[in-house]
Design a protein around this ligand. Structure first.
Ligand code: AGP
Length: 614
């Protein structure tokens, strides 16, 4: 989604810093960009461009054409109004009194626009952001107040989500910010201050950051950030040091971030395990505040998430139900939040989210909290909204994930959920200590097995190249294998733009099999031994109708080669952990299909890394 960068210093030129920061946010997805820079007390110079950042760089001679030490920049992912130069941020008042950039959605912008029009304001764009900026200007002038009061009045009046960074003509060298439900951080160094919607934008300049809370405002001056609450009172805050280095957000010799992140999966899995599996093979969830008594008191589980994180939930449902014998529901967050859900007061709601900022997942978390139900966030980004608002947080240790298509965060989430399930099973008496240690010992072998699977990439590349012209692909599997299919199918469609669907294998003949015709690719996932033969039968049904078959199954099932045209063997493991291994060839397949088609693997069209609007 949209990205924000702001910078103010005494003597460092702002435009190159803004452009570099925006470059680091490109992975979030965008369709236009813009910057505004002030040179001392002069009015801001605003440059906007539709399309890739390099157009903006060309227009500004890499920033050198716009002198000045204070500025704001933005990459826009269109919500209100088409992607165009006119709709790109920053937006500005006619008299250049207020200029701003904004992430999020102002829900009541039509009503506010009307109010402003009645007060003489005219609008040149279709955006809600222009309305927000002009509303700040309206309150600033009407009540003759300072920037913080004008922002506070605006915040009370607007509905929706926002991270807003604004400059006022009367306050050169200063940037003002406001935040509700859209992430924003501030960084400081000796002689400069930074604001950004995500850490990578400023990491090359400073590791000392402040996390801005909901309904807070801030004033940035060179080397100093002051925070305010809605009453305009100063809020004292401590800085946090970002531990990961800038290189973790670089490609490190790989052609794409996605490939780099696929290769980082063994580490992501290992680090997540090491964060809570003791040297003796037991599990310690004290970092998440999940004591033995709390776990024993939980009677049911509801998992809520979006996209791949929802697929992790789907896989975990099989693992939890089988290991813990406890009711588990899995919900898509965007449905859950509007369905007036019935929650078990003695239950646990688990929100899974890499970014910790996904709007629907965050809203679901709040819904559960408002109903008084205990919540747990499985989150990758430290300090994100879900991490801060959930009652308990289990951090996945995947490190920064840049490619829009998730790989290592998905794998770390699977591990986190498996660990939870094992601990629940142990504390509720479904798994004895010996059984638990046997499982954690097996889990520790997964990173090497993942490595081994990644080594098989050339065969998968060959196969993907052969099918790069495919129009439709089906993934079929039963039980946990069906959950793996959901992720395999999403990986394929989101980056290779090939239509694909995941089906519970037994469900195919209830309608969808009519789509199977000569040469159509059907990929079976068969890691669950007790369901193996049933899925083979479903594959045979497809084959007799002309389908071309590929499969993923465990070493040992060599007879599969009598049925399918192409197979990838995965190392044997505890069946509960199968998703961690079987997903690897599917990730590689999606990746190589996209590469074969010459597509933008890391930034697929229309998609954003962190979906901070509904
Ligand atoms: C998957 O590759 C996508 N990036 C997407 O489905 C993602 O998993 C979803 O938007 C949820 O994001 P989150 O984990 O940051 O909440």
């Amino acid at each position: 989604m949209c990205g924000i960068v702001g910078f103010t210093s005494r003597n460092i030129q702002a435009a190159p810093v803004l452009l570099q920061g925006l470059q680091r946010l490109e992975y979030r997805g965008y369709d236009s960009a813009g910057i505004a820079v002030r040179n001392g007390e002069e009015d801001p110079v605003v440059v906007r461009a539709k399309g890739r950042l390099k157009i903006l760089e060309e227009k500004t001679n890499s920033g050198l054409a716009i002198p000045g030490c204070c500025g704001i920049g933005h990459t826009r992912w269109a919500t209100h109004g088409e992607p165009s130069e006119r709709n790109a941020h920053p937006h500005i008042t006619e008299d250049m009194n207020v200029i701003g950039v904004h992430n999020g959605i102002i829900e009541n912008y039509t009503e506010l626009k009307e109010k402003l029009e009645n007060n003489g304001y005219r609008f040149y764009s279709e955006t809600d952001t222009e309305v927000a900026v002009k509303l700040v200007d309206y309150y600033y002038k009407k009540y003759k107040v300072g920037p913080i009061d004008a922002l506070a009045k605006t915040m009370v009046r607007v509905r929706g989500s926002y991270a807003l960074a604004v400059m006022f003509r009367d306050y050169p060298g200063q940037i003002y910010t406001a935040r509700k439900d859209s992430p924003m951080i501030m960084g400081v160094s000796d002689d400069a201050s930074y604001v950004a919607s995500d850490v990578p934008a400023i990491l090359q300049y400073t590791r000392t950051v402040y996390y801005m809370d909901n309904l807070e405002m801030a004033c940035l001056e060179p080397g100093k950030v002051t925070f305010y609450d809605l009453n305009g009172d100063v809020v004292n805050k401590d800085t946090t040091t970002i531990e990961w280095d800038a290189e973790s957000a670089e490609k490190g010799g790989f052609e794409h971030f996605m490939m780099k992140e696929i290769h980082e999966q063994p580490k992501a899995i290992r680090d997540t395990m090491n964060s809570c599996i003791t040297p003796e093979g037991l599990i310690d969830l004290s970092a998440a505040g999940l004591t033995d008594d709390i776990i024993r008191s939980i009677k049911s589980i509801t998992i809520v998430a979006c996209g791949s994180a929802w697929h992790v939930g789907m896989a975990s449902q099989y693992v939890f139900e089988d290991l813990v014998r406890m009711p588990v529901r899995v919900e898509v967050a965007s449905e859950f939040r509007y369905r007036n859900p019935i929650l078990d007061p003695e239950g646990l709601v688990i929100i899974i989210s890499q970014s910790g900022e996904t709007a629907d997942s965050l809203a679901a978390l709040r819904e559960a909290k408002a109903m008084g139900v205990r919540t747990l966030g499985i989150v990758n980004v430290v300090g994100s909204s879900i991490a801060r608002e959930a009652d308990h947080v289990f951090y996945t240790m995947a490190g920064p994930e840049i490619a829009v298509a998730t790989t290592k965060a998905y794998s770390a989430q699977l591990i986190a959920m498996d660990i939870l399930a094992m601990q629940f099973a142990y504390l509720k008496g479904n798994l004895d200590e010996k059984g638990l240690i046997a499982m954690t010992t097996e889990m520790r072998t997964l990173p090497d097995k993942v490595d081994h699977l990644i080594e098989d990439e050339e065969r998968i590349q060959w196969f993907a190249t052969k099918f790069s012209n495919a129009r439709d692909v089906f993934f079929i599997g039963r039980g946990l294998d069906y959950a793996i299919c959901l992720e395999g199918s999403l990986k394929m469609k989101e980056i290779s733009y090939i239509h694909s669907e995941a089906y519970a294998a037994g469900e195919l003949k209830h309608g969808t099999i009519s789509l199977v015709e000569d040469g159509i690719l059907v990929i079976g996932v068969l890691t669950q031994n007790d369901l193996y033969e049933k899925t083979v039968s479903n594959l045979v049904e497809v084959k007799s109708r002309g389908g071309y078959l590929a499969s993923i199954t465990n070493y040992g099932h060599y007879e599969i080669e009598d049925t399918v045209n192409f197979n990838v063997y995965v190392p044997r493991t505890d069946p509960h952990f199968a998703a961690t291994l079987a997903v690897i060839p599917l990730q590689l397949m999606g990746y190589y299909l996209a590469v074969a088609k010459g597509l933008d693997v890391d930034k697929p069209r229309n998609l954003a890394k962190s979906v901070t609007v509904e």
